[in-house]
Design a protein around this ligand. Structure first.
Ligand SMILES: *Cc1c(COP(=O)(O)O)cnc(C)c1O
Length: 248
């Protein structure tokens, strides 16, 4: 069983690696400009262990209930853990205990809670601001309610303030931006344009925070678009681990 699974994961990883390498070549980028993060949500700790043996160094999870025990079981592995799901403040203590980077930072209250926990634990936690590209047009008609995207994240207008808050917060470092290609709004079905828009926001962000150069975009279905647009991190689940039994 384990041998079969190992061979399957190795073959899938090789395919994803080929895709990333081809996308880098097509974009005239060096392969080492793009980091692969394998999204292991819904899959067991045994898969995480096999992935680590196969050379994976970055994994991501989106739900604390699943991630916390998995990370504990895999604490001996040389892995960087990314949290990419919507995060409630009552889960912050747990998430800070294993995550190295939270990619889904989307509100000031969450920044404050992450800072308090990370600083208290003597940790330095990376933070990416999740940008909702479908919140951009919504804001105006929404009678003053702060716009959030279908799939989480902040409206682009909120990036600057959130970035300053993270940069000033003890225990946190500002990594950059993350997005999920929107299902609604002007960028629905236009992944390349969506990711290029995210790059514009990254350029603006880096003018004020030069070290915040991470751009996390692209999943199994659209990683080529993300690499073409300039992403530094792609988050791939299905193409490595297989189709998830249920939505995770
Ligand atoms: C699940 C998930 C991914 C990976 O998606 P796949 O289509 O399985 O590659 C990437 N990013 C986030 C935020 C996710 O929740």
């Amino acid at each position: 069983m384990t041998q079969d699974r190992r061979a399957q994961l190795a073959a899938n990883l090789a395919q994803v690696e080929d895709r990333i390498a081809a996308a880098c070549a097509a974009a005239g980028r060096r392969r080492d400009e793009v980091t692969l993060i394998v999204v292991t949500k819904t899959y067991p700790a045994s898969d995480v262990r096999l992935l680590a043996e196969l050379g994976v160094r970055h994994v991501a999870e989106n739900r604390d209930q699943d991630a916390a025990p998995k990370a504990a079981e895999c604490a001996d592995l040389p892995l960087t853990w990314h949290f990419v799901g919507q995060l409630q403040t009552n889960k912050v203590r747990s998430v800070v205990s294993y995550a190295d980077v939270v990619q889904s930072v989307d509100r000031p209250k969450l920044v404050d809670a992450l800072s308090r926990q990370a600083d208290g634990a003597g940790r330095e936690l990376g933070c990416l601001i999740q940008v909702a590209l479908d919140a951009e047009v919504r804001g105006s008609g929404d009678s003053g309610v702060a716009a959030t995207g279908e799939r989480g994240g902040v409206a682009p207008e909120a990036i600057e303030e959130l970035a300053d808050r993270i940069a000033d917060a003890p225990g946190l470092w500002l990594g950059g931006l993350m997005t999920v290609a929107p299902l609604a709004g002007p960028y629905a079905g236009r992944e390349r344009a969506a990711f290029e828009r995210l790059m514009d926001f990254s350029t603006t962000l880096r003018a004020a925070h030069p070290a915040a150069n991470m751009v996390s975009a692209g999943m199994s279905a659209d990683l080529e678009h993300a690499v073409a647009a300039g992403a530094t991190h792609v988050r791939v689940g299905t193409a490595v681990l297989g189709v998830r039994p249920r939505l995770g």
